[in-house]
Design a protein around this ligand. Structure first.
Ligand code: SF4
Length: 360
């Protein structure tokens, strides 16, 4: 993307924000590929230009963020980014040495772990709330707890991981995943009940825990198809200014996720067509027929589902594949189990977990 196009994107975003200013200011996230490859000639001059030129009527600041593998971040760059108080980093890292080197090779085939690892202390120095974000594959499922405790030992506070649902998962790999997640959750979250809450937060599990606590054991009531934005709350912008409802999707005009261009804005007809596809079914479906009918997560599952993955795998955007389904149910089941254990402890100990969650 040229700097000129990037500036147009910022102006378009701000213009849309100003039509109906909200409490939440506009937010821009750099992603790739690897965004830091364009740090000097795109990211830095764009952010400086925006800081000097853009003043929101609400006096709020644009929020900035970046999804990065961290390899090209150094102290000078991190210092610059941290001069923007709203900047945040999502570190895309697949784990400790073994997992990272299995999954993330450099372009020349070399290992990448040491290149990232040397930057972690610096990243956390400037951005202590950086999330450690991993993709789990069948090859690394059995290493998940090693990766989690590596992240914890480095000083991260939040851990997000998700299985790569586009891969085939054997029974053995799935079992490994179940064992590893269960081990992490029992090891960490029972510590809260034991009043030693020095934990690395496991985000999806906590979402399930909170949902059950807040809704008194029942699933949340409201469907939310738009957790990923979908051209309503967020868009992806391609290198030539193409607007897509999902940043994962390609920017070809014929793609159903293509909804416009930065020069002409969102095409309402294209966008409506896509939203109608999303809304044509009032509940999600599983790729394994009829599994959802009596599922406790039936109402909320769509807010975790990924229309882009669904479309690529099944040619429809409301279908959850069996691995994502297992992953959601596993986290939900673990949340119920932890709460059951908690309910058998003393009143004081029960409150330790509830109060800790309320504070999150
Ligand atoms: S968790 Fe699985 S079974 Fe339950 S609603 Fe979602 S896809 Fe269907």
């Amino acid at each position: 993307m040229s700097l000129e196009t990037a500036k147009k994107v910022v102006l378009w975003l701000v213009e849309n924000y100003e039509k109906e200013p909200k409490d939440t200011p506009p937010s821009i996230n750099f992603f790739g590929g690897e965004p830091t490859l364009r740090f000097e000639e795109l990211i830095k001059p764009l952010m400086v230009w925006a800081r000097d030129k853009i003043k929101l009527s609400t006096k709020k600041e644009i929020r900035w963020g970046m999804t990065t593998n961290g390899v090209l971040l150094d102290e000078t760059r991190l210092k610059f980014l941290s001069s923007f108080p709203t900047f945040s980093i999502l570190l895309s890292i697949d784990g400790a040495e073994k997992s990272q080197n299995i999954q993330r090779k450099m372009a020349n085939g070399a290992d990448s772990f040491l290149l990232v690892a040397k930057n972690i202390p610096l990243i956390l120095k400037y951005f202590p709330n950086t999330t450690f974000r991993s993709t789990i594959t069948p090859k690394t499922a059995g290493l998940l707890s090693e990766n989690y405790f590596f992240a914890k030992s480095q000083g991260f506070k939040t851990f997000f991981c998700t299985p790569n649902v586009r891969e085939e998962w054997s029974e053995e790999a799935t079992e490994n995943l179940v064992k590893e997640v269960s081990y992490i959750i029992y090891n960490q979250y029972l510590d809260i009940i034991r009043k030693a809450p020095n934990i690395l937060r496991f985000l999806l599990f906590e979402r399930e825990l909170k949902k059950i606590l807040i809704n008194d054991g029942t699933d949340i009531k409201k469907m939310n198809h738009l957790s990923c934005g979908f051209g309503v709350r967020s868009v992806g912008i391609g290198t030539q200014g193409e607007i897509t409802a999902c940043q994962e999707q390609n920017t070809h005009e014929k793609n159903i996720f293509y909804i416009g261009h930065i020069d002409t804005g969102i095409d309402p007809a294209k966008h409506e067509k896509l939203l109608n596809l999303l809304n044509q079914k009032d509940v999600i479906e599983n790729s394994e027929k009829d599994l959802c009918i009596n599922c406790p997560l039936r109402q909320s599952c769509s807010s975790y589902s990924c229309p882009s993955t669904s479309y690529d795998l099944f040619g429809e955007i409301n279908i959850v594949n069996k691995m994502r389904c297992k992953w959601l149910l596993l986290n939900n089941q673990l949340a119920k189990t932890i709460l059951e254990i908690n309910s058998k402890s003393s009143k004081e100990d029960q409150n330790a977990l509830i109060n800790w969650m309320k504070g999150k």
